[in-house]
Design a protein around this ligand. Sequence first.
Ligand SMILES: *Cc1c(COP(=O)(O)O)cnc(C)c1O
Length: 470
Amino acid sequence: MNVRVFTVVVMIRPRAASSLTYRRQDDSLYAQKRPIYLPNQGFHLNRSQQLFERAQRTIPGGVNSPVRAFRAVGGTPPFIARAQGALLWDADGRRYIDLVGSWGPMIVGHAHPAVLRAMQEAAENGLSFGAPTEAEVEFAESIVNLVPSIEQLRLVSSGTEAAMSAVRLARGATGRDLVVKFEGCYHGHADGMLVKAGSGALTLGHPSSAGVPADVIRNTLVLDYNDCQQVQDAFRQHGPKIAGVIVEPVAGNMNLVRGSAEFLGRLRQECTRHGALLVFDEVMSGFRVALGGAQQLTGVAADIVVLGKVIGGGMPLAAFGARAELMRHIAPLGAVYQAGTLSGNPIAVACGLATLRLIREPGFYERLALRTRNLVEALAQAASARSIRFSADSVGSMFGMYFASSVPTSYREVMQCDRERFNRFFHLMLERGVYLAPSAYEAGFVSSAHDDAIIAQIVAAAGEAFDALT
Ligand SMILES: *Cc1c(COP(=O)(O)O)cnc(C)c1O
């Protein structure tokens, strides 16, 4: 279908005499709002399809982050024009219930008035100074108050940066090189972390990236998630050389997989015994599974905590923190270098602060977790009523859906889920106005704007989608 659409676009695209006329002609083509009708197919080339064609000429795959391209599920990604609360509207004016939430940050829903107001007020005072501000201090104090194990933190602009810096800190503080990670966990796209990684790397079938020198990943030990024996063996063999273990305590980049209490407890125990540092990558689970993140939920304390997504409320903001004694290794106090032109950006910090204020309201997490639980239970029930092999799980307001008879506890079990079935379900839901992450290997997110009526609409759509699957 796409191939034929592409042909049509090429045919009406003029051969460019100069780049200037080319561009002007192009704009007029894409500026037309009315869908193009293809009589032989009865098919409308809608605005998202036009934009996707256009995007692919200047942006690799048409997207600025790979999973957005819908490669795993096929079809054209809706180009988003605006969002409000639990809803998104695409460039064609189609409305969707959003269960992606910008991949995690939008926990209070889109365009929350209190958040927008805080950002507008901050913007009036200037966009970036590259100098310290009072708001950063207030933000750091809030995080220290809310997240266990953090006495000091450094703000950065992405989860990738935060995880990369946390690993550097672990190495710098211990004077050791080896880092343990787990297959299917994603810690951003820094070289040493792109080995058997999750999220987009997993979705596109390249969990280990080209362009990463073998010398770099020689220092990354990759083990199976939730496998205590492997952890014990790795420490027995390499203990004195291991700087740290980095883990998603609730894995959300290979669909949703809970880290077992035994597994996380074992990590804590082995790290302590061998003088290694335990790094919890809570970029996704932080302020998502509970106000204090997975540490609060599991009772296991990390040495270094990595945060992102929710703390920025939709703006580029992430952080890594630890006890003061460890953070003293960071420049300018110590020899571990770390810096950023836009780190602690005032607009991002204002957005983060306003979001933190909303999520600290009493009962916020209890309500959100209950609604998410209701959603996954209703989905499982709807599938079971139709004898569809399906299960679902949630931790706080994070959820996983699996076309499998039980909830997976390992990477291997996630890989055994029926991906083809998910892909069909995904499109059936999209047609019914429910926007799921376009991959069987991503978690979903519910926001405080997803009220009972919205949840009921999702469940009704899923019922129809399940019917269509059988
Ligand atoms: C999203 C994510 C990252 C990377 O964050 P970016 O802001 O996309 O760079 C790192 N770790 C985990 C656990 C994540 O979910």
